[in-house]
Design a protein around this ligand. Structure first.
Ligand code: AMP
Length: 341
């Protein structure tokens, strides 16, 4: 029997509950400090205790995963805590395409894939001297918005960057990425591409609640002006959103273009869950500032099924369960090579 393994963080509860519902064995790589938390959930069959998630790369963990015939489900914590080289060196089969995770982590590669997919994107700003309008400064990797800041000029950039360095939030030699700030309604669009069926499914939309940029909007301008704090975009949680139905056709088209582009330039393509992240402006025009090439934590809001999946499945279907379903079907039909790397 196949086992599903993942790191204990991010969306691991959803992933393992879904796997258990599909009749698969469940394994959690668990940091010792989180043992008490994860022991609360009876659908987790085994915990592999580690001091740090990097131990997944070591012989002890890899052998255990191999003996259990495990498939590893990558999520944001894997990307945040390991380098692309480390992720690519994992010997356990990884669900989806582990090679595309490098394209998620590296801003230049990310931009290339988004362009290839024809996604409308905010203008990149090549250097601080070229900042002419409201822009957002980002860090590389899945930083979760921590240390991001908004700027309106080069001076503004220098002051805020220096402040964040002195607060130890970003480091002095870190390369930062600047792009035009797009105002509107934030929407994180999650899809699942099934290589078994050759079909794209739209799972749902979430919004992220980010501290303390969100807290700032509750403070009157008079107090905002007196504060010298640089607000961050650190994600705290997610909430659901449904779109105007007239926007759905374009949503599917974007997802399909993304899948096609990934097939062309990052073999074997964008298999499994992914998320296109962006903003709808006042004309309902979508601009995408980001993608995640794996399950996103926003999928946790639909552990009991999403509005759009309830249109496609006559049963409760979370993204975790959808992943497990694909693995079960691939395993039963000897097609594991189609869905793992
Ligand atoms: P990211 O790491 O690119 O997902 O960005 C983290 C957060 O920063 C997003 O969830 C948005 O709130 C915000 N953000 C990123 N890029 C932009 C942009 N170009 N315009 C407006 N907001 C953005």
């Amino acid at each position: 029997m196949k086992s599903i393994a993942t790191l204990g963080s991010h969306c691991s509860l959803q992933v393992l509950k879904g796997a258990k519902d599909e009749g698969l064995k469940t394994l959690l790589v668990c940091e010792k400090k989180r043992e008490r938390l994860y022991k609360r959930f009876p659908f987790i069959d085994d915990l592999i205790m580690v001091d740090s998630f990097k131990e997944v790369l070591e012989q002890r963990c890899q052998s255990f995963l191999e003996q259990n015939n495990a498939v590893l489900i990558p999520h944001g914590t894997l990307i945040a805590q390991m380098s692309s080289d480390e992720i690519e060196s994992i010997r356990t089969p990884v669900f989806g395409n582990k090679w595309i995770l490098r394209w998620e982590s590296d801003r230049e590669m990310k931009e290339r894939l988004m362009r290839e997919a024809g996604l409308p994107m905010p203008e990149p700003v090549a250097e601080p001297g070229k900042i002419e309008r409201l822009s957002i400064v980002k860090r590389h990797g899945a930083a979760g918005g921590k240390g991001y800041f908004m700027v309106a000029s080069e001076d503004d950039y220098n002051i805020k960057r220096d402040q964040l360095i002195s607060e130890g939030i970003i480091s002095k030699d870190e390369t930062l990425y600047i792009q035009e700030y797009v105002a509107g309604v934030l929407a994180y669009l999650t899809f699942f591409y099934s290589p078994l069926k050759g079909e794209l499914e739209f799972y749902g939309v979430d919004q992220r609640h980010e501290s303390d940029i969100e807290g700032l909007s509750r403070i009157p301008a008079e107090q905002q002006l007196k504060s010298s704090r640089v607000p961050s975009f650190n994600v705290i949680g997610n909430s659901p959103l449904v779109l105007r139905e007239s926007l759905l056709d374009e949503v599917y088209a974007m997802g399909e273009k993304f899948v096609d582009a990934a097939k062309r330039i990052v073999a074997p393509g964008m298999n499994g869950p992914f998320c296109i992240e962006g903003v709808y402006d006042e004309n309902a025009k979508f601009t995408s500032f980001e993608f995640s090439a794996r399950i996103v934590a926003g999928s946790n809001i639909y552990m009991d099924g999403s509005p759009y999946y309830s249109l496609l499945f006559d049963e409760t279907m979370s993204m975790g369960k959808r992943i497990a379903r694909e693995i079960r079907l691939a395993s039963e039909s000897n097609q594991m090579d189609k869905i793992t790397t």
